[in-house]
Design a protein around this ligand. Sequence first.
Ligand code: NDP
Length: 450
Amino acid sequence: MAEIFDLKVNEFMAKVIAKNPGESEFHQAVQEVVESLFPFIEENPKYQHAKILERMVEPERVLMFRVPWLDDSGQIQINRGFRIQMNSAIGPYKGGLRFHPTVNLGILKFLAFEQVFKNSLTTLPMGGGKGGSDFDPKGKSDNEVMRFCQSFMTELQRFIGPDTDVPAGDIGVGGREIGYLYGQYKRIRNEFTGVLTGKAIEWGGSLIRPEATGYGAVYFAEEMLKTRKMDLKGKIAVVSGSGNVSQFATQKLIQMGAKVVTLSDSSGFIYDAEGIDDEKLAYILHLKNVRRGRIKEYADKYNAKYFDGQTPWGIKCDLAFPCATQNEINEDDARELVKNGCYLISEGANMPSTPEAVEVFLESKILYGPGKAANAGGVSTSGLEMTQNSMRLPWTREEVDARLHQIMVNIHETCVKYGTEKDGYINYVKGANIGGFIKVADAMIAQGVV
Ligand code: NDP
């Protein structure tokens, strides 16, 4: 039986690879989903007859455009912009924008594909999309970032709208960029609508949106721990990254009594055996969000250790929260984590573990929460921001946080429902993939061959 599935997965993947050459991250994301879904689809042939998976790997629309802008010295710069409108079966396209020099079509297609399942899991009516540019905001002045964002939105605005496609932030796109993008949309379209999420509170944003992805990953970890009658108190946590997701995962972990001992950026990581407290975290927020400096400065200030060019997975811990980027944990890192006694991974980032690393986690039967479930708090709260925009009524911090928390509990329950194996082990990868798939697939069948 297992061999037949392998054969079918290989056959399916051969077609995906031939049609999408060179898009390795997209192949990786599809392979993981197909491996979990094939046995389920075999048991439910209506999905096979309707060729749902074959349709889901083909984006509804791919937009690619030129983004010319003037730098501070008056030179013309040219970047490439993208928006992948992946699937709109259950709602308007929804997903972030990434500005990073590594951005290409394959990376955005992987993110858009994952987003379809994640958005479905949230229980909110959101389709899946993703976009961005190979523009690097690092080292650019505020004026350069503004001119880039204005040029990017001048083109993107033709294709988005509050009922069509609602982008948000991702790597390299935070509050500053969302502000510039929103300003340009409003100016061209002459409308004040909820076309972007992650807006500031004064002009249509939601409380808790900046915190949501990090908080959600911690709420999800809490639910996973409960299945083993454990909690976060006193646990040692390793966190990677030091951007939006890492900052608020760290904040929530501190609030819930865990001890965070690492943070990183693309240059290296810091190890603070004493643990990062509220005051140290406030320093990091200022360092990263205002001064836009490097994490090494933390080590200099607080007498912590700094490891240049390395990732934090060799540090002994109970819990790991990869919150930087894709494929940041490889097989060796995974083995090292498990060997050192780590028993929970909650992915704040998207696809931070390579397939080989995931295999190690599943074989070791540790608690492993994949990104599409564990980091769904961000897009969930974006969905809540859309609701508040439609009602033109803001909710309190407590109300948004309570809804976010409940959504994470619900996502966890869905994973348990579809992912519990015969021996009782909860395979969250399987649970998230099947749980996310069903709603989208049924909607696609109901809407005909579109
Ligand atoms: P930010 O840009 O705020 O922070 C990214 C962090 O990761 C920075 O510390 C950055 O370091 C580090 N990083 C980025 N690229 C690399 C790399 N190639 N190697 C090592 N470190 C790297 O992004 P976010 O916190 O918003 O996003 C982090 C992850 O979470 C991404 O995978 C994103 O897709 C995912 N995510 C984000 C959501 C959100 O709401 N923001 C929602 C769901 C998922 P440096 O500054 O040196 O580049």
